[in-house]
Ligand binder design. Structure first.
Ligand code: SF4
Length: 250
């Protein structure tokens, strides 16, 4: 049962087999060997209750946001500080889809913060795009940013297929409401959720895919680019391709 909950019971090695040394009358009694209950790395703490995901297919933005905030459809709800719904203008014509909230996103409630988010903002700024939802910025220059998962996986482990499947309807509804001209899918879990493909990014980039009729370009996740500088040039090519597709769709 503990295993099913992602918990392991650890005891000091050999504690059961080795007899305790006889205590001398003058010595302090040896501390008892107490088993320690720890959460296995990457495991989700067992939530008190999981609930069914609501039907979100007809919800508007406020109700959708509320549904996500209260969602307990998968075990990730147990470890989150808060859900990370999305950010940017609801009139944006670009949509960026990332993977899952990390530690800082979980704390701040916004996707793509920290170094990866700063790199994304610089990449977008190079195309005169922004996540800012200011009225002065025309919709063609605005970007809405969301993740495939709305709750942080513990220790930033990879999302499980069942978690991606549970969360996907929220993202699908965000796309329906936004009706972007273009989706930029960043990283393999965004690709998996949107295209259902397990193929490497390198094989999927460089061409136009579709998600529910919306043109979709595949590219690397900014967190990956921070560790693999040579691929920044390829990511720039992807952005230029995306800009051309968005322009043509306008
Ligand atoms: S990750 Fe998605 S499906 Fe799972 S609890 Fe969070 S909002 Fe619900």
């Amino acid at each position: 049962m503990l295993d099913a909950m992602g918990l392991r019971l650890w005891s000091p090695a050999g504690a059961a087999a080795a007899p305790a040394p006889a205590a001398s009358p003058a010595a302090a009694p040896a501390p008892a060997s107490v088993p320690v209950l720890v959460t296995a790395p990457g495991a989700v703490p067992a939530p008190a209750t999981l609930g069914a995901r609501p039907d979100v297919s007809a919800l508007g933005w406020p109700a959708l946001r509320e549904a996500v905030a209260g969602c307990r459809a998968c075990g990730l709800c147990a470890g989150r500080t808060q859900t990370v719904f999305g950010t940017g203008s609801e009139q944006a014509q670009w949509m960026v889809v990332g993977e899952a909230p990390g530690e800082q996103e979980d704390r701040q409630g916004e996707p793509f913060v920290g170094p990866a988010g700063q790199l994304l903002d610089r990449m977008l700024a190079a195309l005169e795009l922004t996540r800012a939802a200011e009225a002065a910025v025309p919709p063609a220059r605005r970007v809405y940013i969301a993740n495939t998962l709305k709750c942080r996986p513990p220790r930033n482990r990879n999302p499980e297929p069942a978690e991606l499947a549970q969360c996907e309807p929220y993202l699908a509804r965000q796309v329906e409401l936004l009706q972007p001209r273009l989706i930029l899918a960043m990283g393999r879990f965004a690709v998996r959720a949107l295209l259902g493909s397990e193929e490497p990014i390198g094989r999927l980039r460089g061409r136009v895919h579709r998600y529910r009729g919306v043109p979709l370009i595949v590219t690397y996740h900014p967190a990956y680019l921070l560790r693999n500088l040579p691929d920044k040039a390829r990511a720039w090519e992807d952005l230029c391709l995306a800009a051309g597709v968005a322009e043509a769709a306008g």
